[in-house]
Design a protein around this ligand. Structure first.
Ligand code: SF4
Length: 286
């Protein structure tokens, strides 16, 4: 049976509780519909069955498994997170030995939960957090959260991926220096992805904020220009800066997202993802 290769599987949780109040909250703008699907139940007990189905059909996720929320996943209990990551561990080979926890940053205050997942998954486990400013106080103020997580022992001892969302709170003129300083000050960050925040077709308060605050194309190009001038890139969107991989973030083509929610595979529109659809995504990627 030929391998079906997909970028990643994103498990979206039902709870919308979060410790941040991001003005552009993607969850509020796009994913509200997931909360009510399947009677609002997460149905984690179905994870094993779904992962087995994917393995039986030779589906492989090159960037791995992502646990994400419409809110903050680390607000779920340690027992629930253990159940989720035990299922992931059993099938970690279909996830290319990669499991990423997308957090508001609150997980760094939950050392017991981090240690439990690290114990299960070791080097396969990474924590991903989105920032809109390099400066701790600025990021904390814009995204409305209480505690700077960069200075916690948990952040310093975890393997972290940081997404830098491009808004007017990033200065394109000083971006390369600011980025280099951030990398130097935060050695636990193994990867940085530069992200254009989706402004999307839905007109909400959140997307309006992005339209007003997002960087324009010229400003984004100025950022990559400054990186090319300062560093020796593998290519124009992929850099190695003092051992940290820095690259442009690419999202899945709309409709090709593979999301597990409520125990069922769907895309962001809530349409079912079948093996036939996975084959189409695979063919499109070739
Ligand atoms: S961290 Fe995520 S879920 Fe929480 S407010 Fe920000 S965008 Fe929304």
């Amino acid at each position: 049976m030929e391998r079906i290769e997909i970028p990643y599987l994103e498990q979206v949780l039902k709870s919308t509780d979060c410790t941040k109040v991001c003005p552009f909250c993607i969850a509020k703008a796009y994913r509200f519909k997931f909360a009510n699907m399947h009677e609002g139940k997460d149905n984690f007990e179905k994870n094993d069955e779904v992962f087995q189905f994917l393995q039986d059909n030779n589906v492989f996720f090159s960037k791995g498994y992502y646990l994400s929320g419409q809110g903050e996943p680390s607000l779920y209990s340690k027992e629930t997170l253990e159940q989720i990551f035990t299922s992931v561990k059993k099938k970690i080979s279909i996830f290319n030995n990669k499991a990423t926890f997308c957090s508001s940053g609150h997980i760094f205050n939950e050392i017991d939960k981090v240690e439990m997942i690290q114990h299960l998954l070791g080097d396969c486990f990474k924590i991903l957090v989105l920032r809109v400013a390099f400066d701790a106080e600025r990021d904390r103020t814009i995204l409305n959260y209480e505690k700077d997580y960069l200075n916690t022992d948990t952040f310093k001892s975890s393997n972290n991926v940081v997404h830098i969302g491009l808004t007017k709170h990033i200065n394109p003129q000083t971006f390369s220096e600011d980025l280099e300083r951030f990398i130097e000050e935060n050695p636990s960050v193994s990867q940085i992805e530069i992200k254009t925040l989706a402004q999307g077709p839905i007109d909400t308060q959140q997307t309006k904020w992005l339209k007003k605050n997002g960087l324009n194309n010229d400003e984004e190009l100025a950022i990559y220009d400054s990186l090319v001038k300062r560093f020796n890139p593998d290519n124009v969107y992929n850099f190695n800066i003092n051992g940290t991989n820095v690259r442009k973030f690419y999202s899945s083509k709309l409709g090709n997202e593979v999301v597990l929610t409520g125990g069922v595979l769907v895309n962001y529109e809530g349409s079912p993802i079948t093996i036939q659809k996975l084959e189409e995504i695979n063919n499109g990627a070739k």
